[in-house]
Design a protein around this ligand. Sequence first.
Ligand SMILES: *Cc1c(COP(=O)(O)O)cnc(C)c1O
Length: 349
Amino acid sequence: MKIKPLLQRYQALLDLPAHTQSVSLLEGGTPLLPLPRLAQELGGGFELYAKVEGLNPTGSFKDRGMTAAVGEALGRGAQAVICASTGNTAASAAAYAARAGLRCIVLIPQGKVAAGKLAGALAYGAQVIQVSGSFDQALELVVQTSQRQPIALVNSLNPHRLQGQKTAAFEMIEDLGRAPDWLCLPVGNAGNITAYWMGFRQVHQLHASGLPRLLGVQAAGAAPLVHGAPVELPETVATAIRIGKPARGEQALQAAAESGGRIVAASDAEILAAQRRLAAEGLWVEPASAAGLAGLTAEIIAGRLQPQGRVVLVCTGHGLKDPDVITQALPTTPVIPAELAALEALLAG
Ligand SMILES: *Cc1c(COP(=O)(O)O)cnc(C)c1O
């Protein structure tokens, strides 16, 4: 099997500058995993799938956009890239910058980034700087820096990121033969929901492939798009969407409305329950990535949504990114002497 770089695969559909270079880790092409048992549990009568974006090279969908953003920066002669990140953007930027031979600087909110993401950024050789402030403040700093110095900004304010990210919609249409009926996904800075909507609309205009309704899900403690106002001190266990002032909030609201869908909030308890439920299907995702299921479940239970046709949950990042959320919540694992009797006694409970 020969896998092509993502941007090469969809070149004709991407609006990228001609100087964009290929900087690829063979991202994309992620599985669309059927979840029939979970669909039954949610009332049945529809097909449910997870788009497993955690299987991208650095463990999140961010790689789809980063191959474009870093490739463009390299082609334009940038010597360095910079981003603010709740974690996954940092790891992805660091990996693609390494691949391109560029310096990478990432700003993260102090103490609020999951262990696997911080380790990733460091492993790929990025210069990691903690900011004693929020993600939103860190983003402001990098935007200003990129305006004053020859350093390319690779946050999702960078339009090339969205070009790469919309390829997930193309893959879904290829796998299903048409667009799904509902797309449920977490919303943080709101780049991904914006990119999906661009991608679905683009293919629909060309091939009448249909359009999904969008169910965007924010964490209750970081739900500016649900409240209609920025959240000064966003707080949630789902650190990837712990964002109080989404850069593409307006576009996300417009996309959801145009699609006939909406943006809702899910509590941390609902998000963690959804994470466990997905794990019970063999799919371990990080907390933010379970928000789509958390929102869908709550909407079904409240009678506000009756799924029909095909529903896709976008599982944005891998569970290994945030091991602490699991190990802290569970009782400590027992220790026994290396004796069969001890093991059997324990198993007999
Ligand atoms: C970045 C990220 C999100 C949020 O995506 P936005 O484009 O910021 O809305 C959700 N889940 C994971 C795992 C992420 O890394």
